[in-house]
Design a protein around this ligand. Structure first.
Ligand code: EMZ
Length: 387
Protein backbone atom coordinates (compact mmCIF):
# COMPACT_ATOMS: atom_id res chain seq x y z
CA UNK A 1 0.00 0.00 0.00
CA UNK A 2 1.12 3.53 -0.79
CA UNK A 3 2.84 4.87 2.31
CA UNK A 4 1.26 8.30 2.00
CA UNK A 5 -2.33 7.15 1.55
CA UNK A 6 -3.79 8.15 4.91
CA UNK A 7 -3.03 11.85 4.74
CA UNK A 8 -3.92 12.17 1.07
CA UNK A 9 -7.09 13.98 0.08
CA UNK A 10 -7.92 12.95 -3.49
CA UNK A 11 -9.74 15.32 -5.83
CA UNK A 12 -13.09 13.79 -6.82
CA UNK A 13 -14.05 16.72 -9.07
CA UNK A 14 -11.34 16.55 -11.74
CA UNK A 15 -13.25 14.81 -14.48
CA UNK A 16 -16.43 16.85 -14.08
CA UNK A 17 -14.38 20.03 -13.90
CA UNK A 18 -12.61 19.20 -17.15
CA UNK A 19 -15.65 18.01 -19.08
CA UNK A 20 -18.58 20.13 -17.88
CA UNK A 21 -17.22 22.65 -15.43
CA UNK A 22 -20.45 22.41 -13.45
CA UNK A 23 -22.37 19.56 -11.83
CA UNK A 24 -25.84 19.41 -10.33
CA UNK A 25 -26.54 17.77 -6.99
CA UNK A 26 -29.70 17.58 -4.92
CA UNK A 27 -29.94 18.97 -1.40
CA UNK A 28 -33.26 18.66 0.44
CA UNK A 29 -35.13 19.22 -2.85
CA UNK A 30 -33.34 22.50 -3.44
CA UNK A 31 -30.78 21.49 -6.10
CA UNK A 32 -27.35 23.05 -6.35
CA UNK A 33 -25.24 23.47 -9.47
CA UNK A 34 -21.68 23.17 -8.28
CA UNK A 35 -19.26 25.45 -10.15
CA UNK A 36 -15.95 23.62 -10.35
CA UNK A 37 -13.28 25.56 -12.25
CA UNK A 38 -11.05 28.17 -10.60
CA UNK A 39 -11.83 30.93 -13.07
CA UNK A 40 -15.61 30.49 -12.94
CA UNK A 41 -15.63 30.12 -9.17
CA UNK A 42 -13.86 33.46 -8.83
CA UNK A 43 -16.05 35.11 -11.45
CA UNK A 44 -19.29 34.00 -9.80
CA UNK A 45 -17.99 34.87 -6.32
CA UNK A 46 -17.25 38.38 -7.50
CA UNK A 47 -20.62 38.85 -9.17
CA UNK A 48 -22.79 39.41 -6.08
CA UNK A 49 -25.54 41.12 -8.08
CA UNK A 50 -26.30 37.90 -9.97
CA UNK A 51 -25.26 35.40 -7.30
CA UNK A 52 -26.45 36.68 -3.97
CA UNK A 53 -25.63 35.73 -0.40
CA UNK A 54 -28.58 37.60 1.08
CA UNK A 55 -31.18 34.90 0.36
CA UNK A 56 -33.29 33.23 3.09
CA UNK A 57 -31.03 32.63 6.11
CA UNK A 58 -29.27 29.29 5.76
CA UNK A 59 -30.01 28.84 2.07
CA UNK A 60 -26.50 29.58 0.81
CA UNK A 61 -25.11 26.88 3.07
CA UNK A 62 -24.91 23.41 1.53
CA UNK A 63 -26.47 21.36 3.09
CA UNK A 64 -29.10 24.07 3.45
CA UNK A 65 -29.86 25.26 6.98
CA UNK A 66 -33.19 26.94 6.19
CA UNK A 67 -35.04 24.41 8.33
CA UNK A 68 -32.89 24.87 11.42
CA UNK A 69 -32.30 28.58 11.70
CA UNK A 70 -33.96 31.93 11.13
CA UNK A 71 -31.18 34.21 12.24
CA UNK A 72 -29.23 35.80 9.42
CA UNK A 73 -25.49 35.36 9.86
CA UNK A 74 -23.65 38.66 9.56
CA UNK A 75 -21.80 39.74 7.44
CA UNK A 76 -21.87 36.34 5.69
CA UNK A 77 -25.52 36.41 4.53
CA UNK A 78 -25.72 40.08 3.59
CA UNK A 79 -24.84 41.55 0.18
CA UNK A 80 -23.18 44.85 -0.62
CA UNK A 81 -23.61 47.67 0.19
CA UNK A 82 -24.88 46.63 3.68
CA UNK A 83 -22.29 43.90 3.73
CA UNK A 84 -19.50 46.45 3.67
CA UNK A 85 -20.95 48.52 6.49
CA UNK A 86 -21.32 45.46 8.73
CA UNK A 87 -17.93 44.19 7.78
CA UNK A 88 -16.31 47.48 8.74
CA UNK A 89 -17.74 47.07 12.24
CA UNK A 90 -15.98 43.78 12.83
CA UNK A 91 -12.89 43.89 10.60
CA UNK A 92 -10.49 45.48 13.12
CA UNK A 93 -11.57 43.02 15.81
CA UNK A 94 -10.92 40.04 13.54
CA UNK A 95 -7.44 41.41 12.77
CA UNK A 96 -6.44 41.26 16.46
CA UNK A 97 -4.74 37.88 15.88
CA UNK A 98 -1.89 39.86 14.32
CA UNK A 99 -1.13 41.63 17.62
CA UNK A 100 1.92 40.50 19.59
CA UNK A 101 -0.02 39.87 22.78
CA UNK A 102 -2.50 37.63 20.96
CA UNK A 103 0.16 35.57 19.19
CA UNK A 104 2.07 35.20 22.46
CA UNK A 105 -1.02 33.75 24.15
CA UNK A 106 -1.73 31.49 21.18
CA UNK A 107 1.86 30.24 21.23
CA UNK A 108 1.49 29.48 24.95
CA UNK A 109 -1.80 27.60 24.41
CA UNK A 110 -0.52 25.52 21.52
CA UNK A 111 2.81 24.86 23.24
CA UNK A 112 0.93 23.54 26.28
CA UNK A 113 -1.30 21.17 24.34
CA UNK A 114 1.61 19.84 22.28
CA UNK A 115 3.52 19.15 25.52
CA UNK A 116 0.44 17.37 26.82
CA UNK A 117 0.09 15.04 23.84
CA UNK A 118 3.86 14.37 23.80
CA UNK A 119 3.47 12.90 27.28
CA UNK A 120 0.91 10.36 26.09
CA UNK A 121 1.43 7.05 24.26
CA UNK A 122 -1.72 7.37 22.24
CA UNK A 123 -3.79 10.40 21.34
CA UNK A 124 -7.09 10.62 19.49
CA UNK A 125 -6.28 13.77 17.58
CA UNK A 126 -9.78 15.20 17.02
CA UNK A 127 -11.13 14.93 20.55
CA UNK A 128 -7.88 15.29 22.49
CA UNK A 129 -6.02 17.80 20.35
CA UNK A 130 -7.84 19.64 17.55
CA UNK A 131 -11.16 20.25 19.33
CA UNK A 132 -9.61 21.60 22.56
CA UNK A 133 -7.06 23.58 20.53
CA UNK A 134 -9.79 25.22 18.43
CA UNK A 135 -11.99 25.92 21.47
CA UNK A 136 -9.18 27.43 23.54
CA UNK A 137 -7.98 29.60 20.66
CA UNK A 138 -11.55 30.85 20.24
CA UNK A 139 -11.43 32.35 23.75
CA UNK A 140 -8.72 34.66 22.38
CA UNK A 141 -10.82 35.66 19.39
CA UNK A 142 -13.80 36.43 21.66
CA UNK A 143 -11.49 37.85 24.35
CA UNK A 144 -13.13 35.95 27.16
CA UNK A 145 -11.70 33.76 29.95
CA UNK A 146 -9.86 30.59 28.93
CA UNK A 147 -12.09 28.38 31.10
CA UNK A 148 -15.09 29.00 28.86
CA UNK A 149 -13.49 26.68 26.29
CA UNK A 150 -14.58 23.71 28.41
CA UNK A 151 -18.24 24.44 27.62
CA UNK A 152 -17.56 24.46 23.88
CA UNK A 153 -15.40 21.33 23.99
CA UNK A 154 -18.47 19.62 25.41
CA UNK A 155 -20.42 20.43 22.23
CA UNK A 156 -18.21 18.26 20.02
CA UNK A 157 -16.97 19.08 16.55
CA UNK A 158 -20.12 20.39 14.94
CA UNK A 159 -22.39 23.07 16.25
CA UNK A 160 -25.13 22.41 13.70
CA UNK A 161 -24.77 18.67 13.19
CA UNK A 162 -24.67 15.53 15.24
CA UNK A 163 -22.96 12.33 14.21
CA UNK A 164 -26.01 10.65 12.70
CA UNK A 165 -28.12 13.50 11.26
CA UNK A 166 -26.76 16.05 8.82
CA UNK A 167 -28.80 18.83 10.36
CA UNK A 168 -29.83 18.56 13.94
CA UNK A 169 -32.14 21.34 15.08
CA UNK A 170 -31.86 20.40 18.73
CA UNK A 171 -28.10 20.69 18.62
CA UNK A 172 -28.29 24.06 16.87
CA UNK A 173 -30.71 25.20 19.61
CA UNK A 174 -28.03 24.64 22.26
CA UNK A 175 -25.78 27.13 20.48
CA UNK A 176 -28.57 29.71 20.03
CA UNK A 177 -29.67 29.53 23.67
CA UNK A 178 -26.08 29.82 24.80
CA UNK A 179 -25.46 32.89 22.61
CA UNK A 180 -28.73 34.54 23.75
CA UNK A 181 -27.66 34.10 27.38
CA UNK A 182 -24.18 35.47 26.71
CA UNK A 183 -25.63 38.53 24.97
CA UNK A 184 -27.90 39.21 27.96
CA UNK A 185 -24.94 38.85 30.28
CA UNK A 186 -22.92 41.34 28.24
CA UNK A 187 -25.83 43.81 28.25
CA UNK A 188 -25.96 43.68 32.05
CA UNK A 189 -22.26 43.62 32.54
CA UNK A 190 -20.30 44.97 29.55
CA UNK A 191 -16.66 43.97 29.29
CA UNK A 192 -13.84 43.82 26.76
CA UNK A 193 -15.26 40.84 24.87
CA UNK A 194 -16.67 40.52 21.36
CA UNK A 195 -20.31 40.52 22.55
CA UNK A 196 -19.79 43.82 24.37
CA UNK A 197 -17.93 45.34 21.43
CA UNK A 198 -20.82 44.47 19.12
CA UNK A 199 -23.44 45.75 21.55
CA UNK A 200 -21.61 49.09 21.77
CA UNK A 201 -20.98 49.40 18.01
CA UNK A 202 -22.75 51.94 15.80
CA UNK A 203 -24.21 50.72 12.54
CA UNK A 204 -25.48 53.51 10.29
CA UNK A 205 -26.15 55.79 13.24
CA UNK A 206 -27.85 53.20 15.47
CA UNK A 207 -26.90 50.35 17.77
CA UNK A 208 -27.05 46.78 16.50
CA UNK A 209 -30.12 44.79 17.53
CA UNK A 210 -29.71 41.66 19.67
CA UNK A 211 -30.62 39.63 16.59
CA UNK A 212 -27.79 41.22 14.61
CA UNK A 213 -25.29 40.60 17.40
CA UNK A 214 -26.49 37.01 17.51
CA UNK A 215 -25.98 36.78 13.73
CA UNK A 216 -22.33 37.73 14.06
CA UNK A 217 -21.81 35.39 17.00
CA UNK A 218 -23.39 32.34 15.33
CA UNK A 219 -21.08 32.88 12.38
CA UNK A 220 -18.08 33.21 14.67
CA UNK A 221 -18.90 29.93 16.41
CA UNK A 222 -19.96 27.92 13.35
CA UNK A 223 -17.73 29.16 10.54
CA UNK A 224 -14.45 28.27 12.19
CA UNK A 225 -15.44 25.08 13.96
CA UNK A 226 -15.19 21.92 11.83
CA UNK A 227 -13.07 23.80 9.29
CA UNK A 228 -10.31 24.60 11.79
CA UNK A 229 -10.61 21.20 13.46
CA UNK A 230 -10.21 19.45 10.09
CA UNK A 231 -7.26 21.65 9.10
CA UNK A 232 -5.46 20.90 12.38
CA UNK A 233 -6.19 17.18 12.23
CA UNK A 234 -5.20 16.93 8.56
CA UNK A 235 -1.95 18.76 9.36
CA UNK A 236 -1.09 16.13 11.97
CA UNK A 237 -1.78 13.31 9.49
CA UNK A 238 0.26 15.07 6.83
CA UNK A 239 3.31 15.54 9.09
CA UNK A 240 2.98 11.97 10.34
CA UNK A 241 3.51 10.78 6.79
CA UNK A 242 5.94 13.55 5.82
CA UNK A 243 8.54 13.85 8.58
CA UNK A 244 10.87 15.45 6.01
CA UNK A 245 8.45 18.41 5.84
CA UNK A 246 8.61 18.85 9.59
CA UNK A 247 12.38 18.80 9.36
CA UNK A 248 12.32 21.33 6.56
CA UNK A 249 10.18 23.73 8.60
CA UNK A 250 12.69 23.40 11.42
CA UNK A 251 15.54 24.27 9.07
CA UNK A 252 13.73 26.89 7.00
CA UNK A 253 11.20 28.55 9.33
CA UNK A 254 10.89 31.38 6.81
CA UNK A 255 8.71 29.15 4.58
CA UNK A 256 6.11 28.59 7.32
CA UNK A 257 3.72 31.20 5.91
CA UNK A 258 3.83 29.59 2.47
CA UNK A 259 3.39 26.14 4.01
CA UNK A 260 0.23 27.30 5.77
CA UNK A 261 -1.25 28.60 2.49
CA UNK A 262 -0.34 25.38 0.70
CA UNK A 263 -1.86 23.14 3.35
CA UNK A 264 -5.02 25.23 3.39
CA UNK A 265 -5.20 24.97 -0.42
CA UNK A 266 -4.67 21.23 -0.32
CA UNK A 267 -7.09 20.57 2.56
CA UNK A 268 -9.74 23.09 1.44
CA UNK A 269 -11.60 22.56 4.74
CA UNK A 270 -14.79 24.12 3.40
CA UNK A 271 -15.75 22.20 0.25
CA UNK A 272 -18.11 24.78 -1.17
CA UNK A 273 -20.44 27.69 -0.42
CA UNK A 274 -23.73 28.46 -2.12
CA UNK A 275 -25.22 31.49 -3.79
CA UNK A 276 -28.76 32.14 -5.08
CA UNK A 277 -29.25 33.44 -8.61
CA UNK A 278 -31.19 36.70 -8.71
CA UNK A 279 -32.04 36.32 -12.42
CA UNK A 280 -31.99 33.74 -15.22
CA UNK A 281 -28.35 33.39 -16.20
CA UNK A 282 -25.66 31.02 -17.43
CA UNK A 283 -22.52 29.47 -16.03
CA UNK A 284 -20.24 27.44 -18.33
CA UNK A 285 -23.00 27.49 -20.95
CA UNK A 286 -25.41 25.86 -18.51
CA UNK A 287 -28.67 27.61 -17.73
CA UNK A 288 -29.08 28.78 -14.16
CA UNK A 289 -32.64 29.78 -13.32
CA UNK A 290 -33.59 32.76 -11.19
CA UNK A 291 -33.99 31.76 -7.51
CA UNK A 292 -32.04 28.51 -7.97
CA UNK A 293 -28.77 27.74 -6.23
CA UNK A 294 -25.20 27.41 -7.39
CA UNK A 295 -22.21 26.64 -5.23
CA UNK A 296 -18.67 27.87 -5.50
CA UNK A 297 -16.60 24.75 -5.08
CA UNK A 298 -13.42 25.97 -3.41
CA UNK A 299 -12.10 22.42 -3.07
CA UNK A 300 -12.34 21.80 -6.80
CA UNK A 301 -11.00 25.22 -7.82
CA UNK A 302 -8.00 24.62 -5.59
CA UNK A 303 -7.02 21.55 -7.65
CA UNK A 304 -7.47 23.22 -11.03
CA UNK A 305 -4.42 22.30 -13.12
CA UNK A 306 -4.94 25.41 -15.25
CA UNK A 307 -3.83 27.40 -12.21
CA UNK A 308 -1.79 25.07 -9.99
CA UNK A 309 1.10 22.99 -11.20
CA UNK A 310 0.95 19.49 -9.69
CA UNK A 311 -2.33 20.38 -8.01
CA UNK A 312 -2.60 17.10 -6.09
CA UNK A 313 0.75 17.46 -4.41
CA UNK A 314 1.61 19.44 -1.31
CA UNK A 315 4.42 21.74 -2.45
CA UNK A 316 5.35 23.23 0.89
CA UNK A 317 6.88 26.43 -0.47
CA UNK A 318 4.59 26.84 -3.50
CA UNK A 319 5.50 30.22 -4.93
CA UNK A 320 2.29 31.34 -6.66
CA UNK A 321 -0.74 30.21 -4.74
CA UNK A 322 -3.98 32.01 -5.58
CA UNK A 323 -6.08 29.44 -3.70
CA UNK A 324 -9.68 30.16 -2.74
CA UNK A 325 -9.86 28.05 0.41
CA UNK A 326 -10.94 31.15 2.37
CA UNK A 327 -13.40 32.15 -0.33
CA UNK A 328 -12.93 34.98 -2.75
CA UNK A 329 -13.93 38.59 -3.22
CA UNK A 330 -16.40 40.45 -0.95
CA UNK A 331 -17.18 37.48 1.25
CA UNK A 332 -13.68 36.19 1.88
CA UNK A 333 -13.37 34.57 5.29
CA UNK A 334 -13.59 36.98 8.22
CA UNK A 335 -11.86 34.47 10.50
CA UNK A 336 -8.96 33.84 8.12
CA UNK A 337 -6.45 35.89 10.13
CA UNK A 338 -7.24 33.86 13.24
CA UNK A 339 -7.16 30.56 11.32
CA UNK A 340 -3.83 31.39 9.68
CA UNK A 341 -2.28 32.31 13.04
CA UNK A 342 -3.47 29.03 14.54
CA UNK A 343 -1.90 27.03 11.72
CA UNK A 344 1.28 29.06 11.65
CA UNK A 345 1.72 28.63 15.39
CA UNK A 346 0.90 24.95 15.14
CA UNK A 347 3.51 24.37 12.42
CA UNK A 348 6.19 26.31 14.30
CA UNK A 349 5.44 24.46 17.54
CA UNK A 350 5.40 21.03 15.91
CA UNK A 351 8.70 21.78 14.14
CA UNK A 352 10.24 22.83 17.44
CA UNK A 353 8.95 20.12 19.71
CA UNK A 354 8.04 17.05 17.65
CA UNK A 355 10.42 14.71 15.82
CA UNK A 356 7.92 12.30 14.37
CA UNK A 357 4.29 11.21 14.57
CA UNK A 358 3.06 7.61 14.20
CA UNK A 359 -0.46 6.91 13.01
CA UNK A 360 -1.98 4.06 15.02
CA UNK A 361 -5.55 4.07 13.78
CA UNK A 362 -7.79 6.16 11.57
CA UNK A 363 -11.26 6.48 10.08
CA UNK A 364 -11.85 8.74 7.10
CA UNK A 365 -14.47 11.46 7.06
CA UNK A 366 -16.05 11.33 3.61
CA UNK A 367 -18.58 13.88 2.42
CA UNK A 368 -21.07 12.82 -0.23
CA UNK A 369 -22.24 15.35 -2.77
CA UNK A 370 -24.38 13.59 -5.35
CA UNK A 371 -21.98 11.16 -7.03
CA UNK A 372 -18.92 12.90 -5.63
CA UNK A 373 -17.29 11.43 -2.58
CA UNK A 374 -14.79 13.80 -1.01
CA UNK A 375 -12.52 12.98 1.87
CA UNK A 376 -12.44 16.11 3.98
CA UNK A 377 -10.54 14.74 6.94
CA UNK A 378 -11.01 12.13 9.64
CA UNK A 379 -13.72 10.89 11.96
CA UNK A 380 -10.97 9.39 14.05
CA UNK A 381 -7.19 9.70 14.01
CA UNK A 382 -5.11 7.99 16.69
CA UNK A 383 -1.42 8.83 16.82
CA UNK A 384 1.65 8.89 18.98
CA UNK A 385 3.70 12.10 19.05
CA UNK A 386 7.45 11.56 19.54
CA UNK A 387 9.79 14.23 20.88
C1 EMZ B 1 -22.09 29.02 8.32
C2 EMZ B 1 -20.86 28.61 7.59
C3 EMZ B 1 -19.93 29.76 7.38
C4 EMZ B 1 -22.96 27.82 8.60
C5 EMZ B 1 -18.10 30.37 6.06
O1 EMZ B 1 -18.92 29.36 6.53
O2 EMZ B 1 -20.19 27.57 8.30
C6 EMZ B 1 -20.97 26.40 8.49
O3 EMZ B 1 -20.21 25.47 9.19
C7 EMZ B 1 -22.20 26.72 9.29
O4 EMZ B 1 -22.98 25.56 9.43
O5 EMZ B 1 -24.07 28.20 9.38
O6 EMZ B 1 -21.72 29.62 9.53
Amino acid sequence: MNKSKKSELPDPFEQARLTKGISEIDDQNDPVQMVLGHKNVRKCAHNWQTFQSGAAPGRIVVPSEVHIRETRQIPFEVDPPEHKAYRQLVEAWFKRPLEADYTAKLTEQIGAIVDEVLASDSVEVISEFSLPLQSRALTLLLNIPYEEAEVWIGWGTHVFRSEDTALDGSKAAILYDYIDAQIDKAIENPGEDLYSMLLAAEYEGRKLTKEEVKGVMILTFAGGRDTVINAVTNSIAYFAEHPESLKRLRQEPEITGKAVEELVRYFSPLTHMGRVATTDTQVCEHAVKADSRISLCWASANRDAAVFENPNEVVLDRKVNPHVAFGFSHHNCLGATHARQILKTLLTTLAEKVQSIDIQDHKDNIEEWGDFRRKVGFDKLVVRFNS
